[in-house]
Design a protein around this ligand. Structure first.
Ligand SMILES: Cc1ncc(COP(=O)(O)O)c(C=O)c1O
Length: 480
């Protein structure tokens, strides 16, 4: 186990040691990483860093002690609400990320349903299978049943009739995405709004990844369906500023159509002996850094700055979609409506293509098959990526050719049947490291080439995938 130095280190030594931790990280500033990072360039980063550092020690737990935190939150919510055409009387709150915003919307819908409909049965939420996993996580935490509804296999959009058919008197929430992360398409929010109004349901539009960017895409002439509060029936929307707002991690905004919905997700506790506790969100103590940095990003970039960035991303997305369509082995899933692209292949192993892209110095994100969606490679387009598009496309072509020559299915042949016959409910957790070792994963290391492992995972049922992932991460995080 690591040990505290007997004598404190110098400032320089601390910084040098911390810097060394980064040695194996992805070089996200290169413009060659197509997931996880949102990079608007050094100017924007610097203002965020200064703002973050400037509010590092403020605590947004109590707005009466730190009115600066209240002011920042109110301004951020106001900016996002206006951006998403929320009506007069709307309200919202700051959250640490998309997951927390979603958690609040799910909780709000549950409490509202219980109060308004006086229904004490176990409630359910109705989701398209493309909705972010955070809804299922929230449902697990909040003891709600998840009804996962297949999407259209060509557009990857929610099918309103199928969603409506799944609604029953115990449904408290339906969900649409604007857009979905996996395929970058916008669900038919207007139809979902009509279902919500008909059944008096809470409709949450998950615009975590798209909420901040879509309005500029709309202004730039991208053909978009209506997705925000202009649609009747939309109760709440989540919009992450730490994605295409280009703020550092830790900033999402939940907007509610009406202030009267907000108490349903708030939490107050007067039955303990400490200070009076009342929270809008899940977090209680929270640093001012993310709020200040998000405010800084928005105000530094301004309307014209975001429009310029959106224009670069829209151009890059169109070039990539056209370029992928011109590669015989590859095709884009659905029609991306923002700047998120899913690429699959009917002829070569897509996981080998991902490995080959890694060999060529790119980071692209493999996504396993699920429901209507075949296994694919996800790209989140950044402004910094635009100059790299011709090289990216050339390397996709070369990667397909290389992938064609590589063997597939060997590990799957050895392991697939053995793993597939397991019942996840009866597997002893202590057996998981051994199973992982059989798949080539030992200790905390991952093989550099992931295709074989992804192929095995892809062939397993979701409960088995989850079992192996939990086993792997349980080994990965260990005290040093
Ligand atoms: C559409 C969508 N919703 C929710 C989330 C979850 O956000 P977070 O990772 O900030 O919790 C994401 C993350 O990519 C997303 O794309």
């Amino acid at each position: 186990m690591s040990q505290l130095p007997a004598q404190g280190l110098s400032h320089d030594e601390v910084m040098a040691r911390l810097e060394a931790f980064r040695a194996d990280d992805i070089n996200w500033r290169s413009g060659r990483a197509w997931a996880y990072v949102y990079d608007a360039g050094e100017g924007a980063q610097k203002v965020c860093e200064d703002a973050f550092a400037g509010f590092l020690w403020e605590n947004a737990l109590d707005p009466t002690v730190f009115p600066s935190m209240l002011r920042l939150e109110n301004e951020l919510v106001g900016l996002v609400a206006r951006h998403l055409h929320a009506p007069e009387g709307a309200a919202g709150c700051y959250a640490s990320g998309g997951t927390e915003s979603i958690m609040l919307a799910v909780k709000g819908s549950r409490e509202r349903h219980r109060r308004v409909k006086q229904d004490n049965a176990r409630l359910n939420i109705v989701l398209p299978e493309t909705a972010h996993a955070a809804f299922q996580k929230a449902a697990l935490y909040l003891d709600l049943e998840v009804r996962l509804i297949p999407v259209d296999p060509h557009t990857f959009k929610a099918v309103p009739d199928a969603m409506a058919a799944a609604v029953d008197p115990h449904t408290c929430l339906i969900v649409g995405s604007a857009p979905s992360y996996a395929h970058g398409v916008i669900d038919p929010i207007a139809d979902l709004g009509a279902i919500a109004l008909q059944h008096d349901l809470w409709l949450h539009v998950d615009a975590c990844v798209g909420g901040w960017l879509l309005p500029w895409f709309e202004r730039l002439g991208a053909p978009l369906p209506r997705y925000d509060f202009r649609v009747p029936g939309v109760s709440s929307m989540s919009c992450d500023l730490h994605k295409y707002g280009f703020a550092p991690k830790g900033a999402s905004i939940l907007v509610l159509r009406d202030k009267s919905l907000r108490p349903h997700h708030m939490y107050a506790c007067a039955t303990w002996s400490g200070y009076t506790l009342i929270n809008l969100a899940v977090q209680s103590s929270k640093g001012g850094g993310p709020l200040a940095a998000a405010w800084a990003a928005l105000n530094f970039m301004g309307d014209d700055g975001y429009e310029a960035l959106a224009s670069r991303m829209l151009t890059a997305t169109r070039e990539i979609v056209a370029g992928i369509d011109a590669i015989d082995d590859l095709r884009v899933l659905g029609t991306p409506e923002m700047n998120l692209i899913a690429i699959t292949s009917d002829t070569v192993n897509i996981f080998h293509v991902a490995d080959e892209m890694t060999e060529r110095g790119w980071y692209v994100q493999p996504q396993l098959s699920f429901g209507a969606s075949p296994a694919n490679i996800h790209l989140s387009v950044n402004p910094k990526g635009q100059p790299h598009v011709p090289a990216l496309l050339a390397d996709f072509k070369a990667s397909c050719e290389a992938a064609r020559a590589l063997p597939s299915g060997q590990l799957k042949a050895v392991l697939g049947d053995a793993l597939a016959s397991l019942d996840p409910a009866t597997v002893d957790p202590s057996a998981i490291p051994m199973m992982l070792a059989m798949a080539g994963i030992t200790g905390t290391g991952l093989p550099k080439r992931m295709a074989e492992i992804n192929e095995v995972l892809d062939a397993l049922t979701p409960p088995l995938r989850e079992l192996l992932l939990v086993g792997f991460v349980n080994e990965l995080y260990r005290p040093e």
